[in-house]
Design a protein around this ligand. Structure first.
Ligand code: PHE
Ligand code: FE
Length: 289
């Protein structure tokens, strides 16, 4: 979650989290014993509400991994999940105080470490939170890291981020993260399913993105994604749909250097654009879908 940089946020005085104890990579101890019974209870409520919504809406690998993660009873211990993850895909979790600088974020991903925020939202933020907390990071992002292809994609994304920093490509690369890792949809034989963490940790968007007639649903294409602006304070106006995780990996494997060059000179698309010739994929439950 690098889309708002540390500086931007701290300029607003809005940055949340205790950064006084982190190391050079912004890693902290999770300090699991410091969570209160009330926080564990809030986690259970968040988890139960959200887990119930996953059937028929989240992709299979998300549901299967979530079951293996054993995180229903309270805020999980990152160490335990890391152990399972290491065995599955060689990834591990690191605890961070909150948003971290882009360079740090990319370095973690490039080394198969996923940064998870340690703090939990307040009860009044049950339905909506501006900055990612432990529930979004853990519930939303960690399950997919158990899938080998997606896990590899995330590492390549981290490496690509380090490269984009040097090539002035971050604006375009960030849109790829947004429309895949955070808000991606996948086509299955049973219909559309969500795999993006921003969707899967949200109480409302998880239904909206699959069945509401309003937003556009467009077949995934790297260049199209990179040119498309996005909303940060409302449900998305466009979702991009992949066929499988291999398409995501293969479609993003080519060298982006010439792409950044070219896109730098082309205009962006508004978040609600449907281009001539583009198919708007039918939502679940609609006629013919
Ligand atoms: N192929 C991209 C590049 O050359 C790297 C990348 C891979 C970025 C996967 C995002 C996701 O920069
Ligand atoms: Fe996120």
């Amino acid at each position: 979650d690098f889309f708002k940089t540390l500086e931007e946020k701290s300029d607003n005085g809005a940055l949340r989290g205790d950064y006084s104890r982190c190391d050079a990579n912004y890693v902290v101890q999770q300090d699991w014993n410091a969570y209160t019974p009330e926080q564990h209870e809030l986690w259970r409520r968040l988890y139960q509400r959200q887990a119930k919504l996953m059937h028929g809406r989240a992709c299979d690998v998300f549901i299967e991994s979530l079951a293996r993660m054993d995180a229903a009873d309270g805020i999980p211990r990152f160490d335990q999940t890391s152990e399972a993850l290491r065995k599955a895909t060689g990834w591990e979790l690191v605890a961070v105080p909150g948003l971290v600088p882009e360079l740090t974020f990319f370095e973690h991903l490039a080394n198969r470490r996923f940064p998870v925020t340690v703090w939990l939202r307040e009860p009044h933020e049950f339905d909506y939170i501006v900055e990612p907390d432990v529930f979004h990071d853990f519930f939303g992002h960690v399950p997919l890291l158990f899938n080998p292809t997606f896990a590899d994609y995330m590492q390549q994304y981290g490496k690509g981020g380090l490269k984009a920093l040097k090539l002035d490509g971050l604006t375009h690369l960030a849109r790829l993260y947004w429309y895949t890792v955070e808000f991606g949809l996948i086509q299955t034989e049973q219909g559309l399913r969500a795999y993006g963490a921003g969707i899967l940790s949200s109480g409302g968007e998880v239904e909206y993105c699959l069945t509401d007639p309003a937003p556009r649903r467009i077949a995934f294409d790297v260049e199209r994604v990179m040119r498309t602006l996005y909303k940060i304070d409302s449900y998305q106006e466009t979702y991009f749909v992949i066929r499988d995780f291999q398409q995501l990996f293969d479609g993003t494997a080519p060298d982006f250097s010439p792409l950044y060059e070219r896109l730098g000179k082309l205009p962006d698309f508004a978040a609600d654009t449907l281009l001539p010739g583009e198919t708007n994929i039918a939502p679940n439950g609609s006629k013919g879908a």
